[in-house]
Design a protein around this ligand. Structure first.
Ligand code: MN
Length: 242
């Protein structure tokens, strides 16, 4: 029997599997030796229960996209926060993220994905960086710049898993987010911050591989090979779990 590659479920918005933004995730997973499995909301919601869906994958990649409904962390949408909700994704992703955590499945959350991970585990979000007294421009980089180009540095906790996988405590990252983590979910620790204090990565140190990053490593891999290691580590963790 030919050994098959670890299957990495990639959550995306409806139709997202055919867009260039979606393909960046799949390409990064493929290049790392994983087999991408698209998880659009309808596909997830079609499953009888999250366990049935998780049986089809070995690891979970929560991708970027629009905002979570603040009601999932006990808030109403604030005026002027520019919140754009993707309700089908919330309905699909929060239950499977909780189920994946319960099953100790490897999880990598990217951008919206770190937010999904945090909210699914009981944390909360700042609805807009403006509410922190920060300019949106700090973390929403100029659209005319290439997506792989860094927007700001992050300081990484030296003993963290994310530092181990990235091979260092200081890296430059891109930035495409107007929200950020507020209260970090129980059991998780902050492992990287931007110079203005915004949380840029979290992990659960008690689990083999549950990491969220606020930047977009999938858009950086061609020019910043260090970022490939996050996908390699996800695929390796998924392989070990099989
Ligand atoms: Mn940022």
């Amino acid at each position: 029997m030919t050994p098959s590659r670890p299957r990495i479920g990639i959550t995306v918005t409806t139709g997202g599997s055919t867009t260039p933004k979606g393909r960046w995730y799949a390409d990064a997973v493929s290049a790392a030796g994983g087999e991408p499995v698209w998880l659009e909301p309808a596909e997830v919601l079609r499953a009888q229960d999250p366990a049935e869906l998780l049986a089809r994958i070995d690891g979970l990649l929560l991708s970027g996209g629009d905002d979570l409904d603040p009601r999932h962390y006990g808030e109403r949408v604030l005026p002027d926060a520019g919140v754009r909700i993707d309700a089908p994704r919330d309905a699909a992703e929060l239950p499977i993220t909780r189920a994946a955590l319960a099953e100790e499945m490897p999880i990598l959350g990217i951008c919206r994905g770190i937010q999904t991970l945090n909210v699914a585990a009981g944390g909360s979000l700042h609805q807009d960086l403006m509410l922190l007294g920060l300019a949106r421009e700090t973390h929403v980089q100029d659209a005319r710049k290439p997506a792989w180009e860094p927007a700001h540095p992050v300081a990484i906790e030296r003993d963290s898993q994310v530092a181990f996988h990235l091979g260092g405590a200081a890296v430059e990252v891109n930035s495409f987010h107007h929200q950020a983590l507020k209260d970090v979910a129980p059991g998780f620790v902050v492992t990287a911050r931007a110079p203005d204090g915004v949380i840029e990565s979290i992990e659960d140190p008690a689990r083999p591989f549950v990491i969220g990053v606020q930047w977009h490593p999938e858009r950086m891999v061609d020019h910043h090979p260090g970022q490939r290691k996050l996908f390699a580590a996800l695929v390796e963790a998924a392989q070990k779990r099989r």
